[in-house]
Design a protein around this ligand. Structure first.
Ligand code: PLP
Length: 419
């Protein structure tokens, strides 16, 4: 049998990420340590994941205990502590009161959003049956033999980020990310961010749901206004669409409240979380209002690892620490201090964001270059736009660590030449 010969790749890993500038081997609290033993102040937290810092003893203990007790059992059987974590999430969605919803556990933010997208279609399909679709020419289901798909379109915003699976990639409102992967699954529509008129124009009877972040994270750290979110809620109620909020990056204390939508005066129908839920252990969750979650029947959705004991033990420990130490309030205080100190720097044009989900707009500096200089100076951040750095430190960052971070940033910006 003939084999195609190729030259050996230079890396055993697919080149989906740029070559790493540093390899980390250890972490403790807000600090990371590289292969040479050099310490870095981590102001990125694995992209808003390690909200309790690295090697948090409560999470480490929970994992060690669970690993020597029970790692995994099929979802054909009950396990602990998944249901307990689901109940806690339901109460946190309700800002302290049970919200009356249900949870599906998965392994990532994209999967949590996939679950939300499938729920929206399943829910929309049920409604189409209850209220038959108008069969005008060109309408969904008008052609003979075509399924009546009912409400199936999901509307999201330009600049949004919802994941990298094919469906969540299409929900992601960034066309440049779509190009290489066309054709993408149909049923997605994008509208201008924070623009209620644009949304109103897009909400026709094919729309099953609107999916929005409370703060666009990957899109540049752009918080939604309360007026916008309240208007979206009103429009969704009027037009019969679900309002789904992607809290994968903003959720679980990072904005200074349990969820970003808690700042905005709305109660969504579906909420997705991931990143901080396991403090680094892969876990995601899709919460849905009771009657929405109830549309899933056995066999509609599943994932082998979702809700397994190891991941949910980590999540239980994370949520316990977050509640005991009122971590959202700590994030609000730390975010205010960090913002105030950064705003004082002459090379900073402005700081935007909420709590500890911040973008630092640089006055005339290239953010990619500054980010590389910060890493060399011992601070981990990332360039979220060509002119802005994103800072998402541990929510337990101390005042002293904030001062160290600001000093490093000031020194790097002070030494950098403006183009
Ligand atoms: C708001 C939002 N949604 C979804 C995702 C996708 O999460 P994951 O990378 O865990 O699939 C991200 C990741 O950055 C995100 O920020």
């Amino acid at each position: 049998m003939s084999r195609t010969t190729t030259t050996a790749p230079s890396s055993p890993l697919m080149a989906t990420y740029p070559p790493p500038p540093v390899t980390f081997v250890r972490g403790e609290g807000s600090y990371l340590v590289d292969t040479d033993g050099r310490r870095y102040l981590d102001c990125l937290s694995g992209l808003a994941v390690t909200s309790l810092g690295h090697a948090h003893p409560a999470v480490a203990d929970a994992l060690a205990t669970q690993a020597s007790t029970l790692l995994h059992v099929s979802n054909l059987f009950g396990t602990e502590p998944g249901p307990e974590v689901a109940r806690t999430l339901d109460r946190l969605v309700g800002d302290g009161e049970p919200a009356g919803g249900q949870v599906f556990f998965c392994n990532s933010g994209a999967e949590a959003n996939e679950c939300a997208l499938k729920l929206a279609r399943r829910f929309g399909r049920g409604r189409a049956k209850a209220r038959p679709w108008p069969k005008r020419p060109g309408a969904v289901g008008a052609k003979s033999g075509e399924h009546v798909r009912g409400r199936h379109v999901v509307v999201s915003a330009y600049g949004s980020f919802h994941g990298r699976t094919l469906a969540t990639l299409h929900a992601t409102g960034q066309r440049a990310k779509h190009e290489a992967f066309q054709p993408l699954p149909e049923g997605f529509r994008h509208v201008a961010w924070d623009d209620l008129d644009a949304l109103a124009a897009a909400l026709d009877p094919t729309v099953a749901a609107v999916l929005l972040e409370p703060v666009q994270g990957e899109g540049g750290v752009n918080p939604a206004s309360a007026a916008y979110f309240q208007g979206v809620r009103r429009l969704c109620d009027e037009r019969g669409a679900l309002f789904m909020v992607d809290e994968v990056q903003a959720g679980l204390g990072r904005t200074g409240r349990w969820f970003g939508f808690h700042h905005l005066g709305v109660q969504p129908d579906v909420v997705t979380v991931a990143k901080a839920l396991g403090n680094g252990v892969p876990i995601g969750a899709c919460w849905a209002r009771g009657d929405v979650g109830a549309v899933f029947r056995p066999g509609d959705h599943a994932t082998t690892f979702g809700g397994q004991p190891l991941a949910t033990a980590a999540a239980r420990a994370v949520l316990a620490v977050m509640q005991q130490e009122d971590v959202p309030a700590r994030a609000a205080r730390a975010g205010a201090r960090l913002t105030e100190r950064l705003d004082e720097l002459p090379a900073v044009a402005g700081v935007r964001g909420t709590g500890l989900l911040l973008a630092v707009e640089l006055a005339g500096h290239d953010a990619v270059e500054i980010n590389a200089d910060l890493l060399a100076a011992g601070l981990v951040a990332n360039a979220i736009t060509p002119t802005a750095l994103r800072l998402t430190p541990s929510l337990l960052i101390s005042d002293d660590e904030i001062d160290v971070a600001v000093d490093i940033i000031a020194k790097v910006l002070g030494g950098a030449t403006t183009p």
